[in-house]
Write a protein that binds this ligand. Structure first.
Ligand code: AMP
Length: 461
């Protein structure tokens, strides 16, 4: 029998807030984490974003705060949530406001890249729940504008990402500043040794809850692969986004990942030249720019977002239909995080990887560590000619060659889908698309084979 929220021991105000959110049943991590957190136990949660972990720590914490009923402390907070990125901090704060709406919780968030004076002013009277990135928090502490002496509950969210971003010293410092007897809830998608050490430093006898083994690819995501030359990737992306080379699934919102900030900007610029408006989000963008890009993406106004790993980490946007790995990440865990942006909260999702010759080793690592099964997709007909600007794709009539491609407008269907596809069918040994008719209809590389070494077959390893 499925567990319900009522059975987990949450209070009425929290249950009412969940009703308003429209959640009917707890996700596995919520079902497992909420009871021990309500009892006051420390928690180690091994979970990716998209599993519902924010509510898993926020809901019982709100009840713990309500029960203790302490005053909102001056220049301090009762619950501190540390998050690696500004976007994630913003989202957690929003969730805290939603979940705590009926419990009268005061919630604030502070992140780098915004006015420190404003933060100082808004935290002067203290807050119940503070969501912060570690750097900005320490800035305020160093200025004596804030202290951690009243923290009852401490949450570290996406601890592995905080380490990747170089926050290790900040985290060590913060662990010295919080009261000994606070409760700690520690979340990480992966458990390398450094994280285990941190857990030892932060938690006392934690209950461990693991919803998916570290670095296991989300099951509801169908994964596809194009083997494509580096210099062909932009053309392939344009053909896909303009609907001229169909891919599985209805395209609604597409998140494109590049490895570098510069790469993200370049892709956006070239898409704009093709009348395919996109926004970039990465570390060199200001906070308002990042926020605007996310808002436009969320609303469907600009449904193409090109991101680097760090910037996109933890982004929660319902309805990401496709994640395109324009460049493969060199760390397999990063791949898991990327594709986890789609298929959130029960939805299905599609991930597409562009793999060039020199990225085969990354693909091999991803296969080995995540058990991912990729269905290989064929490149468009006459593709090399399109890349070199001398020919249309087969689907394009010659007199359309100079026309601007179609932008995917909001709400409109993407390219027509190929035959519905079984989840991860075993298709090793032949190129995907073979026998699928259109889209692509076979590899159709007319005369491009030669020295290009594009062996067919599913690309495992
Ligand atoms: P998270 O892993 O915390 O980032 O949550 C991922 C998404 O799942 C968010 O959009 C939440 O609003 C949503 N969510 C969390 N818990 C539930 C639930 N019990 N039922 C439905 N959606 C949920």
């Amino acid at each position: 029998m499925t567990t319900t929220f009522d059975q987990l021991g949450l209070s009425q105000p929290v249950l009412q807030a969940l009703d308003l959110k429209g959640y009917s049943n707890p996700t596995p991590i919520q079902a497992q984490a909420i009871p021990p957190v309500l009892e006051g136990r420390d928690l180690l949660g091994i979970a990716q974003t998209g599993t519902g972990k924010t509510a898993a720590f926020m809901l019982p914490s709100i009840d713990r705060l309500r029960e203790a009923d302490n005053q909102t402390p001056f220049k301090s907070c009762r619950m501190l949530v540390l998050a690696p990125t500004r976007e994630l901090a913003g989202q957690i704060a929003q969730s805290a406001k939603d979940y705590g709406a009926m419990a009268g919780m005061r919630v604030h968030s502070i992140v780098g890249g915004t006015s420190v004076n404003k933060d100082r002013n808004k935290l002067h009277r203290g807050t119940d729940i503070l969501v912060a990135t570690p750097g900005r928090l320490l800035d305020l502490i160093d200025q004596k504008a804030f202290n951690l002496s009243k923290v009852e509950i401490l949450v570290l969210d996406e601890a592995d990402q905080m380490l990747d971003l170089g926050f290790i010293h900040a985290l060590r410092r913060i662990s010295q500043l919080v009261p000994e007897d606070r409760q700690t809830l520690f979340f990480s998608a992966t458990m390398p040794k450094q994280i285990k050490d941190l857990v030892g430093q932060y938690c006392h006898d934690p209950v461990t809850v693991s919803v998916t083994p570290a670095a296991t690819t989300a099951e509801r995501i169908d994964q596809y692969l194009f083997m494509v030359q580096q210099d062909e990737k932009q053309s392939l992306l344009e053909l896909i986004l303009s609907g001229r080379h169909p891919i599985p699934g209805k395209i609604e919102r597409v998140l494109v990942f590049t490895r570098t900030k510069h790469g993200a900007d370049r892709v956006v610029k070239k898409l704009a030249q093709r009348n395919l408006p996109a926004n970039a989000i990465h570390g060199n963008k200001s906070q308002p720019q990042r926020q605007r890009a996310l808002d436009e993406f969320r609303r469907g106004k600009t449904p193409i977002l090109v991101a680097t790993d760090v910037a996109a980490r933890g982004i929660d946007i319902p309805g990401v239909s496709h994640v395109i790995n324009y460049e493969l990440p060199n760390v397999p865990e990063q791949y898991v995080h990327r594709i986890g942006r789609t298929a959130r909260a029960g939805a299905d999702g599609i991930a597409i990887a562009f793999c060039a010759e020199d990225e085969r080793a990354y693909l091999k690592d991803i296969n080995r560590q995540t058990d991912a099964e990729f269905d290989r997709l064929p490149l468009p007909d006459n593709f090399r000619a399109v890349v070199e600007g001398v020919g249309p794709t087969k689907r394009e009539a010659p007199n359309q060659r100079q026309k601007k491609p179609k932008v995917i407008p909001r709400g409109e269907s993407g390219p027509r889908q190929s035959k519905p596809k079984a989840k991860h069918p075993a298709r090793k040994g032949r190129p995907a698309g073979a026998g699928q008719g259109k889209p692509g209809g076979g590899r159709g590389r007319g005369g491009q084979g030669g020295n290009r070494n594009r062996s067919g077959g599913a690309a495992r390893g």
